[in-house]
Design a protein around this ligand. Structure first.
Ligand code: NAD
Length: 484
């Protein structure tokens, strides 16, 4: 790969995300040659670590079965630690000096990536100090990478965006939505725009409905404190699910480039039908997982969760994108914890043939299924003749793609996204306008839930959610394609 020159400054360098995702991803880029001599990482956080201790943490974070000790050692030598309280101006002065020293030592040429892997409430302060204390350079690029959640509603997202935007232009802000780095999510564009078969059918004349499922088998686990204030709607729908909706419904971009793709995604999200409180009640279902017969705790019994919590751990809903090509197509979405299986999948259900000429023979639906997790797969369900003397039909699944082993063939989402930032390609990041339209849609649901008497049923752990989520589709004469 093409060598990159960059100094990473990771705020929250001792945190869970840094250890689990960022260091292993940087290591992959290092082994593949994208990062070599001309890179260094400064990890900052409050803890008073030494460089040696930090390098040890990094070595441990990247060591797995097929890592050589030499590689890990060599890699870890590029890491430096700076104890840092983000509110303390003095600390930024020390940080600037260290950054200058490393820039020279590794001949980096002024390129800097500021990765904010910590609570968003610090983003504004950090951005301000990076500018005021001259940690940004003028001989290279300065890019800010930020994590979710981007606000908890439209108003707070606007505040956050303004506090960053005062110091960093939109084109140097990279908002991570790690679903956009997933191989099979990126495959949506290939399937849609690379095959005339699908391109020509991809609209409300031929598509009956779309189903998007992001299910988790685990409960709330150790993120309870955060989750209790967020809920499934904010945690999964506002970002990941609506991003997938935009990729599935956007018009064909003029070219496969950042600006053209963004334009179409923004247009699709702008066309989301924002619901009135009555429509929310009709089109959205929320629920919480209850105690399980196998002895698992119900959501309200979990630690750090209020006994009378109204936080939803499951959402299902019917979404409309009122664009020329998609108005009228129900897009059913669902996500939740403690469901039967961890999976991310998309089912595109096509309309029936205008007339069944085969008499009593039943025709199955054409369904294009894209499975993102646990394993990349694409299927197309079709009707074919049963082999034999008589004319009979059967439904056959055509296997279009099977990624045999995710871990070997699929680069980790974070690895791809960090490389994109190094290359200055923001295609797979969320533009501010996408964030804003998504919040507008989500706020209408959240407000109805907070202000109206809308039911919050329980569902059994290990199921695919409450009965209400099935009823939602049954009312339209539809059913979930994925049932367990
Ligand atoms: P964490 O709590 O494990 O780490 C937070 C880091 O911030 C620590 O290094 C801590 O020392 C540092 N910190 C806190 N207050 C500070 C201060 N005043 N000054 C300096 N440093 C301070 O959190 P995390 O799980 O790594 O998540 C980081 C961010 O990434 C959050 O915004 C989170 O929402 C987001 N995120 C995390 C995950 C994940 O899998 N962990 C996934 C998606 C998004």
């Amino acid at each position: 790969g093409t060598r990159q020159q960059a100094l990473f400054i990771i705020f929250g360098g001792t945190g869970d995300l840094a250890k689990r995702k960022l260091y292993p991803s940087l290591f992959e880029l290092y082994k593949k040659g994208f990062l070599k001599e001309n890179f260094a990482v400064i990890g900052t956080a409050r803890r008073p670590w030494t460089d040696e201790y930090f390098q040890d943490v990094v070595r441990k974070a990247v060591t797995d079965a097929d890592t050589s000790k030499e590689d890990a050692d060599e890699f870890a030598q590029h890491f430096y630690y700076q104890s840092h309280n983000v509110n303390d101006t003095e600390h930024y002065v020390t940080l600037r000096k260290l950054a200058q020293r490393l820039d020279q030592k590794y001949s980096i040429g002024g390129n800097r990536l500021f990765y904010l892997a910590m609570s968003p409430r610090f983003f504004g302060t950090i951005a301000e100090h990076l500018k005021s204390q001259n940690i940004v350079t003028d001989n290279g690029y300065n890019r800010l990478i930020i994590e979710k959640p981007f606000g908890h509603d439209l108003a707070s997202a606007k505040d956050l965006n303004n506090s960053i935007g005062r110091y960093f232009a939109e084109d140097s802000v990279f908002r991570i939505d790690h679903y956009l780095g997933k191989e099979m999510i990126q495959n949506i564009a290939a399937v849609r725009f690379g095959n005339n078969l699908f391109r020509s059918l991809w609209n409300n004349r031929y598509i009956d409905n779309i189903q998007i499922t992001l299910s988790e088998a685990l409960g709330v686990e150790e993120r309870a404190g955060y989750y209790e204030t967020a809920g499934a709607l904010r945690d999964m729908v506002q970002n990941h699910i609506l991003q997938i909706v935009s990729l599935l419904t956007m018009n064909m971009p003029a070219s496969f480039t950042e600006s053209d793709i963004r334009r179409e995604k923004i247009y699709a999200l702008k066309a989301l039908q924002v619901y009135s409180p009555e429509q929310v009640e009709k089109n959205f279902v929320r629920a919480q997982y209850g105690e399980s017969s196998a002895g698992l705790k119900g959501y309200r019994q979990e630690e750090q969760i209020a006994d009378d919590s109204k936080t939803e751990t499951f959402v299902a809903g019917k979404v409309f994108v009122n664009s020329e090509n998609f108005s009228g197509v129900p897009i059913y979405i669902r996500t939740g914890k403690r469901l039967s299986k961890k999976t991310t999948r998309i089912d595109i259900v096509f309309k029936d043939v205008p007339k069944n000429i085969f008499g009593s023979e039943r025709l199955g639906k054409n369904i294009l299924t894209i499975i993102v997790e646990p394993k990349g797969e694409i299927y197309l369900q079709m009707n074919v003749k049963k082999i034999g003397q008589n004319f009979g039909l059967k439904v056959q699944k055509l296997d279009l793609l099977q990624v045999e082993d995710n871990s070997v063939q699929i680069p980790e989402a974070y690895e791809k996204l960090i490389l994109d930032v190094l290359r200055g390609d923001a295609t797979n990041f969320t533009h501010w306008e996408e964030v804003a339209y998504s919040w507008k849609f989500v706020d209408a649901i959240r407000n109805a839930w907070d202000n109206q008497q809308i039911p919050l049923p329980e569902y059994a752990s290990g199921s695919m959610g409450p009965q209400e989520a099935d009823d939602l589709l049954a009312r339209d004469d539809h059913h979930w394609i994925f049932t367990s």
